[in-house]
Structures are given as C-alpha cells and as structure tokens.
Ligand binder design. Structure first.
Ligand code: PEP
Ligand code: MN
Length: 258
C-alpha cells in the first residue's frame, strides 16, 4: 500500500487546513517536552509568530534512562491542546503505549510514533485503527525497507494518513547525536507516495547544526521539517542542547522561507 506501484500520485495529508505532502513545505515546531503551562504557551506563541504550521510537544517521553524526566503524560497533553487551540495550531505528540492511543486521539490532531517504537507492531496496528494522521519516525537502526514495512503495518489496518520522518540513524560517528541520512528523502520519494519530512534536531543533537541541515532537507526535496525550540534551552527538561532559542528559531524560519 505504501508503494508507488500501488498508488502513483503523492499522498497529501490535511489537518485543520494544514497540508503535508505534494508541493508543500511544512514546518512542525515546538519543544521536546511539554513542561508547564507557561512554557508550552510561550512555545505556541513563538510558533504562531514565526509561521510554524503544527505545534509539537512530547508528553510521553521515551528517555534513554528511566531516571530522566518522563514527561507530564495526559496532564501535558491537555496543556498542549490548550496552547494549540489558543493560537489555532494543530498539535502532534508521541504515543508510546497501545493502551493510550484512544485517549491521545481525543486531544491530539496527529500522532507520532517515535524512532524507538518504529517496529512496535502492536502500537503500529493500534494507530492504524484510528482516524488521525500518523508521523512515523525512522528507527535508529532501521533500513529504508524496514521503515516502509512499518508504515505498511499502519496502512494495512485502514489508516492511509501516514507520513514518514527521517531523524538520523546510528553510525560509527559520535560527533553528532546520529547521522542524518538525507539520501533517504529522494530515495523514499521514488519508492513511496507517502510524504517524508526531516527532523534535523534529533539527528544532529547540536543546535548550531540544525539550521544548515534543515536547509539541506529542503534542498533534497523533503515535504517539511520538524525542529525543536525552547524559550530557555539551558533549563529545558529534555534535549536542551539541540533546542533553538527563540531568536535562532525565528532566524531559521526566515532563512528556510527566503
Ligand atoms: C521526539 O521527536 O520527540 C523524539 C523522541 O524523537 P525520536 O523518536 O526520533 O528519538
Ligand atoms: Mn527531543
């Protein structure tokens, strides 16, 4: 179902007037995690001022260590929904547990499957059964073929609103958090009709590298980018080192569109 052989024309996903796919270049932006009402509301305001189309914010966080901040859960999701509606922005958040899917659908406009859950087949089937667009992130160790098969799991359940996200893969290189595989973009555009966006933030892990890689993503034909920003990155509860402060994020939006 994901293949161009099955469907030759590009899939375009639409939510609350925002499109992903086709000739659109869509920016998803926001903090790694929803931390407080003030923080997410400041992020939504910045998103609105800078022309972001979709507000992101993690509520259920797949942290490497169980002792790191795990997210505010459903309380965070309520804050995200409020911040989004305050500025008329659709919201996306990661869902990690099959049990949570139906409840998350009540408040989120789009669902995110994180890299670590790309092959959580029970979760893929669960999001395949709801009526919400799903952003499927490429696993840290996943091949293009495995990514497309993961998408297939969702599509096979009847949910055709799937888009892909290249977010870097694990290589021998440790100078960046992961290695952004930009060749995945044109390759996937050949193989599948599903939209493909790039997440430079998690790929590089360093804020100075986010802008050049976001521009590179646009240059290779990505349908958009997802970028993390934070009103006060030094005090962020997760992924501070890769978060852009407001002025740098505004600069990124300016340069991406000029
Ligand atoms: C995220 O986007 O919030 C995230 C955790 O990214 P990834 O799953 O790509 O590591
Ligand atoms: Mn993050």
């Amino acid at each position: 179902l994901a293949s161009r052989d099955h469907k030759s024309e590009d899939t375009i996903i639409e939510v609350k007037g925002v499109k992903i796919g086709g000739d659109e270049f869509t920016v998803i932006g926001g903090p790694c995690s929803v931390e407080s009402p003030e923080q997410i509301s400041a992020c939504a305001k910045l998103a609105n001022e800078t022309g972001v189309s979709i507000l992101r914010g993690g509520c259920f966080k797949p942290r490497t260590s169980p002792y790191s901040f795990q997210g505010l859960g459903f309380e965070g999701l309520e804050l995200l929904q409020q911040a989004g509606s305050q500025f008329n922005l659709p919201v996306i958040t990661e869902v990690m547990d099959t049990e949570d899917v139906r409840k998350v659908v009540e408040r989120a406009d789009m669902l995110q499957i994180g890299a670590r859950n790309m092959q959580n087949f029970a979760l893929l089937k669960a999001v395949g059964q709801v009526n919400r667009p799903v952003m499927l992130k490429r696993g840290l160790m996943a091949s293009i073929e495995e990514l497309l098969n993961a998408a297939e799991y969702i599509l096979a359940q009847g949910n055709m609103q799937v888009f892909l996200c290249e977010r870097g893969i694990r290589t021998f290189e440790t100078a960046t958090r992961n290695t952004l595989d930009l060749s995945a973009v044109p390759l996937l555009k050949q193989k599948t009709h599903l939209p493909i966006i790039v997440d430079p933030s998690h790929a590089v892990g360093k804020r100075e590298l986010v802008l050049p890689m976001a521009k590179a993503a646009k240059a290779v034909g990505a349908h958009g980018v997802m970028v993390e920003f934070h009103p006060d990155p030094d005090n962020a509860l997760s992924d501070g080192p890769q978060a852009l402060p407001p002025t740098q994020f505004a600069q990124l939006m300016h340069e991406l569109h000029s």
